[in-house]
Design a protein around this ligand. Structure first.
Ligand code: ATP
Ligand code: MG
Length: 137
């Protein structure tokens, strides 16, 4: 079975979108296997997004992700990685279809509410990065 790491970013938490987001994944039929509210360090944010560390927006991205608590989630299910990316929508919320999370709730790429792993390998990497043994069911 596949697993993905989903994170409600600080803007999503602050705007009260956590329940709505969890509800969409639950209704789709995926299984929640890990959940926590968490203020992450700069080190963790930068490790999570390390593939982007040469990009001009990297310092802003690190600042954004550490600007308040995030909600870390691990979800399990057949095909959960690509399916979660579909539920989330395009990186730029203005290009995200209505009905997707970013399409419905965001306008700026730099404040796009939610993260989802882009491959099963990164799903496992990110779950191991954000959760300790024993925090997953
Ligand atoms: P995520 O990894 O957060 O799920 P994504 O996979 O859709 O998003 P990535 O290319 O991995 O997109 O970029 C990671 C995050 O970096 C984006 O979600 C966004 O918050 C930020 N980001 C990406 N491109 C830009 C940009 N051009 N300007 C500002 N922020 C950006
Ligand atoms: Mg990504």
């Amino acid at each position: 079975v596949d697993r993905t790491y989903i994170m409600v970013k600080p803007d999503g938490v602050q705007r009260g979108l956590v329940g709505e987001i969890i509800s969409r994944f639950e209704k789709k039929g995926f299984k929640l296997i890990g959940l926590k509210l968490f203020q992450c360090s700069k080190e963790l944010a930068e490790e999570h997004y390390k593939d982007l560390n040469q990009r001009s927006f990297f310092p802003k991205l690190s600042e954004y992700i550490t600007s308040g608590p995030v909600v870390s989630m691990a979800w399990e299910g057949v095909g959960v990685v690509p399916s979660a990316r579909k539920l989330i929508g395009a990186t730029n919320p203005l290009q995200a279809e209505p009905g997707t999370i970013r399409g419905d709730f965001a306008v700026e790429t730099g404040r796009n509410v939610i993260h989802g792993s882009d491959s099963p390998e990164n799903g496992e990497r990110e779950i191991a990065l954000w959760f300790k043994e024993g925090e997953l069911c």
